[in-house]
Structure formats: structure tokens, C-alpha cells
Write a protein that binds this ligand. Structure first.
Ligand code: PEP
Ligand code: MG
Length: 582
């Protein structure tokens, strides 16, 4: 039994066998084959060896010419390794002896070598383990390019173990079989984590080297509440976690009493509690959770889920489905936030050294006007079916608001020409996620109808901490006094023209932040549907006077740890005091 601790990013407990998903989406299941197929599998294996050797020889030649002799030598070592006849013989033998596929044989032989190297007490030799892993991946790429395996083949409940997860991969998981997610990299607000939460799959990220220790088929417990992963637990531990799982289901059921109750503080201040969704199919859960509407519909998943760009009709169908299900409640549709960690297969993306600071989000939309127009037309057309609000992400300057609004105006004019209806009063807002926007909030408030604070990006850009990088995850904190001041500036800026301001980043769903946000003057929160009851419980437990006092004290503090500790302790005492009142 082995315990590992990472970041708890999606609550709940999952118990199941591990399925390893490497970063290139290849899963190597142990698949028995008929003995008559062994020869052709051996041929496939040999072909992959040849391809990998040729590829390495080409890389060697490329680096021969340059000054990078170390790189050249590395490729040369890898090539010699693959040319070693005894390695090839072991793979051939494995295929014949165990009647398994070429990829399984190659992967298992190389994994054995990897463990062997890793255990050698000589540092020089143990470091070669990483080379073996590299060689394994190269070989597998050639094999699996010929015969690709994905998680689409899962037929039993599993826990996905990955070195790295892209949001697209996560969104494609089948919830019926993927019961938990654990990952070496990632952070609480990385998009893969957001998707895991939206799908209600317990997940723990930033486990650093878990993939080095877990093998396919190992039993895992994923505790998405505490951030713990237990590898090959004892029967008693499994029984204990099953009990906790059942207790959590019961707690969730007890929240249902809150559904019909208003999100109102003890002293009668109404808070608008909205939901964030990524997929139209979540709209039902929004209503079940008792949300007043949708504060953030992340539309990127329309692009990421399929291999092709969505048409205007694809957009329209998705939006109308959500608007109709919400039945008169407002739906805030955010235009595409592509780029950074959300890429499509489209040729429109080129490699960037700093994609989070590059052609992302509204910048991408303004550069690809045809895609942007298709989305705007669909949003406008959907606004005839119910209250729709339009929101532009990642605004950093007034010029972007003006350009986006100009395009919107020309789309409206086109619809007018063809006699297609839309809500002429559709509110237009922006996300405040770049520090410059927070600082300029009082000015931006003259150009739009509402603000929504994207605290995930605002924190990332204010602190210069990549929200998905496990190595700096402990530096990512929205409790940072600088971040809190940017939020306060946004709220105050909005007040100068009286526009609404809400918070839709993950901060809004953390009980510890709820009191702070209310105290700073935020009156609307938008959170993942599953956390609405918990946030509502906190809102109903506090008074505005308590929240303002909290903010006053916190604004005198200098450090994240001091603020974090103080706010957590305050929220604990409020939660305990009021638990009995529910
Ligand atoms: C945010 O940045 O806080 C936000 C809500 O947008 P996203 O998480 O989709 O980047
Ligand atoms: Mg954002």
C-alpha cells in the first residue's frame, strides 16, 4: 500500500483499477491474440524497431551538423539500444510465449528494463531509466500509429492515470467507465481539472511521479476531497473509503432541502447564485442544483469535442438547447476562449513559445473573424428563445471591446437585412481576467453592461504563475493580497456606472472565498453546479456585516498564509455555528 498526496481538484471518492493513459493518448491494454497471429505481430514489432532506428539516425545526422554534440550522442545511444539484437529477441519471445500484441510486448519488456535501471544504486545508471522510457514511447508511437488504442475501448470502471491531461482528452472520457482521474501535472484551475469537476469525476492532480509507480491494473483509491491517492490499498482501507463514499452520497441528498431556499444572507441580502457549464448536457444539473441561471457557458468544448470546426448551426443548436432548458432563466454565453491549453486540430493554430500570453481567447476571435461571426450569429439568433447575455473573455484593453462590439454590430446589421430576429437589448459584458482590465475597471465599465471576474486567469496573470503547472502550484493562490485588491478595484470600478459584477472563476466555489467576495461587494457568484448547495449554505449562514469585517481585517494583512489561515478559521466557525440551523 502506498499513499501519495497531490492537489484535490474534483471532489468525491473513486475506487477502481488503474488504466494508464500516457500523454499521447495511447493505452496499451494486455490483449491476448491467437497463436496464428504471433508471426504478424513479430513483424509489426520489427517494423517499428526499424522505423524508430531510422528516425533516430536522421536526428543524429541533423545534430551532427550542429554544435549540439550532447544531443547527437543521446540519439546515438538510443539508436544503439534499439539495434541491440537481445532486446528485439526479448520482444519476439514475449509475443510468442504470452500470445500478446506487439505494442504490449514492447511496452512490458521496456517497462521491466526501466524498473531494473531505476533500482540500480549507481546514479549514472539509474538516470538511464528515463532514456528507456523515451525509447519505449518512440517505439510505441510507431506501433500505435499503425494500430491506435484509446480509452474508447473501456468496458469496466477504471481510474485514469496520466502524466499530463488535456481538457479535450478529459472531456472525451466516458463517465460510465472513468470513475476517477489522477495526474502527475496540473493545478486546481487548469482546464482539465475544471472539466473533471464539471463531469463530476473525482480527481487529484500534481502528483509529480505517480505514473512512475502505478502499473496498469493496480487498485487505486482517489480521494478528491483531501487530494490523496492510495495505491493497492488493503481490504480494510477499501471498506473504510466505501463507507465515506456512502456518507457523501447521503450528505449530497441532504443538500436537496436547500434547492428551493433563496441564496440570502442572514441579514436579508439576496445573492444571485448561478452555474458554470461546459457542455449543453449539464443544463439539467443546473436546474436540479437550484441555480438562478447560467453565469458562464464555456463554449470552447463545441470546438474541442469534434475534429472539425462547429458550424453556425452547431452553435445555434447547442445554445438553443441550453436556453430552452433554462426556461426563462438567464444564460451567459462566453465567446470562444481558444488557445493557451485549449487547442483544436485546426491549421489555424501555430506553435507559440508562450501560448498563455499569445493568440488566445478574444485575440484569436478577432484574428479569425469568420469563426467569430459564426458564433455571434448563433448567439444572437438563440437570444430570441430566452434571456441570453453575451460575454467576451480575456479583455485587456478598450480597443478589444470596441473591435468586438463593431463586429457584433455588423453581425446584427446582417441579421436585420435578412429579417432574422434577435434580442436587440441583449446585454454585453466582459471577463476581467487580465490585471490591466481590473486596474482600468472604472473606465471599461462605460463600455459594457456587466463584468464577470475570471479569477483563475486573473490570479495566473497577476502572480505570473501558470495555472496548470504542478511545479509552481503552491504559488497559485487567489488569497494573495494583490489578487484581492484587483478584485476590489473591479467591484469599485463597476460601481462607478452601476453595472453588475459577478465572479465565475473557481474562487467563487470555494467556501473560504465566499465571505470575502461578498464582503468586497460581489453580489453574484457563478460556480460548477455540484457545488451550488455548499455555496448556498455558506451564503445563508453569514451576515453581510461579518463579511465586511472579514475583508477589513484581511486588507490589513500582508501574506497569503496569514490571510488563508484567518479566512479558513472564520469560515469554519461560521459553518459550525450554522450547521444546526439547516
Ligand atoms: C477564469 O479564468 O477564471 C475563467 C472563469 O475562465 P477559464 O477558467 O475558462 O479560463
Ligand atoms: Mg479564463
Amino acid at each position: 500500500m502506498l499513499n501519495k498526496t497531490g492537489l484535490a481538484v474534483s471532489p468525491g471518492i473513486a475506487i477502481g483499477k488503474a488504466v494508464i493513459l500516457d500523454s499521447e493518448e495511447y493505452q496499451i491494454p494486455k490483449r491476448s491474440i491467437s497463436p496464428s497471429l504471433c508471426d504478424s505481430e513479430v513483424q509489426r514489432a520489427h517494423h517499428a524497431f526499424e522505423m524508430a532506428i531510422a528516425e533516430l539516425a536522421a536526428l543524429e545526422a541533423e545534430y551532427q551538423a550542429s554544435d549540439s554534440s550532447e544531443i547527437h550522442d543521446l540519439f546515438s545511444v538510443h539508436r544503439h539500444f534499439l539495434q541491440d539484437q537481445s532486446l528485439r529477441d526479448r520482444v519476439t519471445q514475449r509475443i510468442h510465449q504470452d500470445c500478446v500484441t506487439a505494442e504490449y510486448a514492447a511496452s512490458s519488456v521496456l517497462q521491466e528494463l526501466h524498473s531494473h535501471f531505476a533500482k540500480v544504486p549507481n546514479r549514472y545508471i539509474s538516470e538511464r531509466a528515463a532514456d528507456v522510457r523515451d525509447i519505449e514511447k518512440r517505439l510505441l508511437r510507431h506501433l500505435i500509429d499503425l494500430k491506435k488504442e484509446t480509452l474508447g475501448h473501456l468496458t469496466e470502471e477504471m481510474v485514469v492515470v496520466a502524466r499530463e491531461l488535456r481538457p479535450t482528452q478529459t472531456a472525451a472520457f466516458d463517465k460510465q467507465f472513468v470513475k476517477g482521474i489522477v495526474c502527475d501535472t496540473g493545478g486546481v484551475t487548469s482546464h482539465a481539472s475544471i472539466v473533471a469537476r464539471a463531469m463530476g469525476i473525482p480527481a487529484v492532480m500534481a502528483l509529480h511521479d505517480l505514473t512512475e509507480t502505478v502499473r496498469r491494473g493496480d487498485m487505486l483509491i482517489v480521494d478528491g476531497n483531501s487530494g490523496t491517492v492510495i495505491v493497492n490499498p488493503s481490504a480494510e482501507t477499501i471498506a473504510r473509503f466505501r463507507e465515506t463514499q456512502a456518507a457523501m452520497v447521503a450528505l449530497q441528498a441532504s443538500f436537496s432541502v436547500l434547492k428551493e431556499q433563496p441564496a440570502m444572507t442572514q441579514d436579508g441580502v439576496d445573492i444571485s447564485l448561478m452555474a458554470n457549464i461546459e457542455f449543453p448536457r449539464e443544463s439539467g444539473a443546473v436546474l436540479d442544483a437550484g441555480a438562478q441561471g447560467i453565469g458562464l457557458f464555456r463554449t470552447e468544448f463545441l470546438y474541442l469535442q469534434s475534429g472539425k470546426e462547429p458550424t453556425e448551426e452547431d452553435h445555434y443548436t447547442a445554445y438553443v438547447q441550453v436556453v430552452k432548458t433554462l426556461n426563462g432563466r438567464p444564460v451567459t454565453i462566453r465567446t470562444m476562449d481558444l488557445g493557451a491549453d485549449k487547442f483544436t486540430q485546426s491549421h489555424r493554430f501555430t506553435r507559440e513559445d508562450n501560448p498563455f500570453l499569445g493568440l488566445r481567447s478574444i485575440r484569436f476571435s478577432l484574428m479569425h473573424r469568420d469563426m467569430f461571426v459564426a458564433q455571434l450569429r448563433a448567439i444572437l439568433r438563440a437570444s430570441t428563445q430566452g434571456p441570453v447575455k453575451l460575454m467576451f473573455p480575456l479583455i485587456s484593453g478598450v480597443r478589444e471591446i470596441q473591435l468586438a462590439r463593431e463586429i457584433l454590430a455588423s453581425v446584427k446589421a446582417d441579421l436585420d437585412r435578412t429579417g432574422q430576429g434577435y434580442d436587440t437589448d441583449m446585454p454585453v459584458g466582459i471577463m476581467i481576467e487580465v490585471p490591466s482590465a481590473a486596474v482600468m475597471a472604472a473606465c471599461f465599465a462605460r463600455y459594457v453592461d456587466f463584468f464577470s471576474i475570471g479569477s483563475n486567469d486573473l490570479t495566473q496573470y497577476a502572480l505570473a504563475v501558470d495555472r496548470g503547472n504542478a511545479q509552481v502550484a503552491d504559488l497559485f493562490s487567489s488569497f494573495d493580497p494583490g489578487v484581492l485588491r484587483l478584485i476590489q478595484m473591479t467591484v469599485d470600478g463597476a460601481a462607478t456606472t452601476g453595472i453588475d459584477v459577478s465572479v465565475c472563476g473557481e474562487m467563487a466555489s470555494e467556501p473560504a472565498f465566499v465571505m470575502l467576495l461578498l464582503g468586497m461587494g460581489v453580489r453574484s457568484l457563478s460556480v460548477v453546479p455540484s457545488l451550488i448547495p455548499e455555496v448556498k449554505r455558506i451564503i445563508r449562514s453569514v451576515s453581510m456585516a461579518q463579511c465586511r469585517d472579514l475583508v477589513e481585517t484581511v486588507f490589513l494583512m500582508d501574506s497569503v498564509s496569514e490571510i488563508d489561515e484567518y479566512v479558513q478559521q472564520k469560515i469554519r466557525s461560521v459553518s459550525l455555528q450554522k450547521l444546526g440551523d439547516m
